[in-house]
Write a protein that binds this ligand. Structure first.
Ligand code: MRU
Length: 317
């Protein structure tokens, strides 16, 4: 497993990121000296994945306060860097209470601990010989260490429950083909990258036993925003009677947002899709709660009706 400090860390006068845009070809670090530079790193996806974005914002805010910069401006620039992952605002709200570097590092440590706890819960949902399918990257890179959906796969592998992982390539930025494949290769877990559009026929052929994804924001009723393409997978999984599990920390549960309709969906530069033609690039979609078999947080397995079962999914004080 990648060391959490290798993915992102706060030093005396800088935040250092492993540049996720360059993986798996190169392992290069990017250094940010103020909150605006951290916000740029989040926006340009040097660092990405909901929990990792929250940790990055916490480090950026701590850096700003320690350096005597305006905390309100730091909050504003970081909070507006990406709209969908609720972990960003959650981590900044936490840092407003205590802006110390120690607090930011504790947020990072706690997110990794939550990943390990939820992964253990989620692995118990899988039977022996599971052939899983996952989308985007919900691994250590996305969470600051260990991973949510990929963490569940690591835990299942350790329990000898996992046979193979299908990894959606995840157009247009290829978080699956570049990042999840890189993490599973390092873990020695058998895997194959597939074109996003191949998932349905593999399900029809009986080659998928479970789908596991992370989340960027889970509304109070269980509607879940995650990387574009997640909704299509959930529809396919229901059609083929394959369980669809969302694995995410309670910092991703947004109790203040009643349903998925109110979740802001990031529209990214169409040039990420094509520079030759007109394009549209929504980066996330919302999977309705009725398509989700279970949501797993560090508190355990939550089932429908989610409005009740998610009520206990709060970050422990
Ligand atoms: O645009 P990204 O790469 O930040 O999108 C990330 C995802 O959609 C992940 O699945 C999600 O953040 C969960 S990460 C544990």
């Amino acid at each position: 497993m990648l060391e959490p400090d290798r993915i992102l860390r706060l030093e005396d006068d800088r935040v250092v990121f492993l540049d996720q845009r360059r993986l798996p070809l190169e392992e290069v670090e990017v250094e940010c000296r103020n909150a605006a530079e951290v916000a740029d790193a989040i926006r340009s996806m040097v660092v990405r994945g909901a929990p990792a974005i929250g940790i990055a914002a916490a480090y950026g805010y701590a850096l700003a306060v320690a350096g005597g910069d305006d905390p309100n401006e730091a909050d504003r620039v970081l909070r507006s860097s990406r709209p969908t992952a609720v972990n960003l605002g959650w981590a900044l709200d936490e840092m407003r209470l205590d802006p110390s570097p120690e607090h930011a590092r504790a947020i990072h440590r706690d997110e990794v601990d939550r990943c390990r706890a939820m992964a253990a819960h989620a692995a118990c949902l899988l039977g022996p010989g599971t052939r899983a399918l996952t989308h985007c990257n919900a691994g250590g890179l996305a969470t600051g260490g260990y991973g949510s959906a990929v963490g569940a796969l690591l835990a299942a592998w350790d329990l000898d429950l996992l046979e193979h992982v299908w990894i959606d390539e995840t157009r247009p930025l290829l978080q699956g083909a570049r990042l999840t494949a890189w993490e599973l290769e390092a873990a020695g877990i058998p895997h194959a990258v597939i074109a996003d559009s191949a998932a349905g026929s593999l399900m029809a052929a009986g080659e998928v036993d479970a789908v596991l994804t992370g989340a960027d924001r889970i509304a109070a009723n269980g509607d879940t925003a995650n990387k574009i393409g997640t909704y299509s997978l959930a529809v396919l999984a229901m059609h083929h009677e394959i369980p669809f599990y969302v694995v995410a920390p309670s910092s991703t549960v947004d109790h203040a947002t009643a349903t998925g309709e109110a979740i802001p969906i990031e529209e990214r530069d169409p040039a990420e899709v094509t520079t030759r033609f007109s394009a549209r690039n929504p980066a996330f979609d919302v999977t309705p709660a009725r398509l989700i078999s279970s949501i797993v947080t560090e508190h355990g397995v939550h089932a429908d009706p989610y409005r009740q079962s998610l009520a206990r999914a709060v970050v422990a004080a």
